[in-house]
Unconditional design. Sequence first.
Length: 654
Amino acid sequence: MAPPSVICLEEGSRQLRSPSVASSRTLTLEDDELQGRNDARIIDWINNVGNTAQTQTPMRTAQQNPTTPGQSSIRVGDVIEVKNVMIGDCRVDFIQVKHISRATLSGRKFRGIPLTRTRNMRGRLPKKMNEVCMMLHFQQENGRTPDDFALLVDIKEDHVVRKRNLIITNATFPEHSVLNGPQSRMSIRDGTHAPKRHIEQSGNLCCRWKWMIYLIDNREDQKMKEEVLERISAEEVLDRQYLVGQETLCNRWRGGRTRGGSWTPDQGSCTQTVDLANGSSIQEGNFRGRSQKYTFFDAFSGAGGVSRGAQNAGFKVTHAIDKSPDVWRTYSLNFPEAKLYKWSVDRFIEQTNDASIRVDVLHMSPPCQYFSPAHTKACARDYDNILAQRSCPSLVKKLRPRLITIEQTFGLLFDRHGQHFYSLIGGLTELGYSVRWKIVALCTWGLAQNRRRLILIAAGPGEQLPGFPAATHSGNSKNGLRPYTTIRQVLSRIQEGDNLHNLGTVTRFTPRRRASNFDTLLGTITTRSGSLYYPNGTRNFTLREYACLQGFPKAHRFRGTATGIKSQIGNAFPPICVKYLYKHLENWLLQQDRVQSHQPEAEDVVILDAEVLDTESIDSDSPGAMNFTIDLTDEDISGLQTSNITSSSFMDLT
């Protein structure tokens, strides 16, 4: 591998460059998502990076004598406290020394991995005394994958304060905390209560977290690509007295896990979790049970876009929650076997206080209108949106899933919403979840829109954090990727007589509106989407066309008024993208569980038509196309748009 890269910190510089003497500088990381909005600077935005990166070198603790040394006593591997050093807007409090220069007239220079106290993380990590976090930057240049080595910082000798003891552990707080150390216990026993300042200056430091930032260097500019807060892994703990087994961490948090998935049809419900620390052997290459599945809970479910994608990816949808009556009929129609809680999250937690509910994967899409870039005026629902966002950590604590996904507007990363975003991240890390986030252009996952969403993936204690799946589509079809899915490709799958495809009632334009290109991406579908219309300029899209362009399979049914259904469609996380993400997560869980997909008997094998499109697939346990229930209320149009299709209702794709 290449030698470690170096962040040289000098006041006023903006580029990562070749090694030079450094003491302090602010590293400015900008973005290209502003679109002319001066008030909309994004804190961190990201694209695809793949799996979790490794730290530059194996970590090890410093020498065990915390006395303030002469500079000559500092050695490679030591941890030193530093002053007046910043990376971006975050303070560097310590570095783990990886290289020491020769002495010169200006003194020596120390190069190493930067660390910051967790109290400097703006709420993204719990603020605990003498708890620190590694600050790891990884750089990608000219489209190459990031180096395995983290960028290092150079510190001048006159910025060194003292040498410190550092404990690197994967244990959860407060194990090995300075508050549990002999100095703190002795002061409490003697009634002296050592002052906080003294403990901060001389007590042990404890590192449980890595803050990883992936950078893209395009020569002209440098941007943030992905951000991760990940717990120290067992492999990075070299001193075994500070090591806790992954199985033990999982058992403490959720009582174990079921390899291959918690649901099997033979039992008709979730299986019992397995105590992973009971000494039983885990063999490689085991097959999961017939039709065994990972369980899924859909929070803020809406019309079931995420449930549809997860189900089509192979998950068993067991629970959902949404307090909006407008979506209950649609969700129940499509997922009759799932338990739908028609409550707010707070009420759900209150009403199920005595029930133990465990799922393998939880998804949360709390209402995000308040955080949207398009939200410019205060409205009555703003406070509800904020409360829904704040309820997410409580739901995680209740369900204790192995993995979590969250989908939100990328506006949550704007400076003005920073406190809400940091609170969301901090709520997850407080519970011990590693989390990564980035903005995904969903067209790279097969959607025929230029829709961009903030996606988060989190992994609970004892679980490895998966990366994001790679892009499948691109605008230039390079690197073996498929071209973007176009409007024409999606609309060509819709046929006369399809549910909600009533060309006889759709609004038509006289005169025609300006025509657009069928062979390109659509703009972003929202709950209104008034500016989007059929590309030839003659009419609006039908509700089925909206649904398909939003990634719903034609078998997914909707109930409600035309306005209500359009809102259900616009609010959904596109199922086609969810399916791709969740198939990636299923494969990750199977890999971590060391089991393989069920191997069917020869007579069980059925060869499917390879030409069947993924967007039209639907699981065997879903209602499917045979469910033609129609609710003919005065305002419900969902059953009426399948009739009266005449010969003049053909689709003009010219």
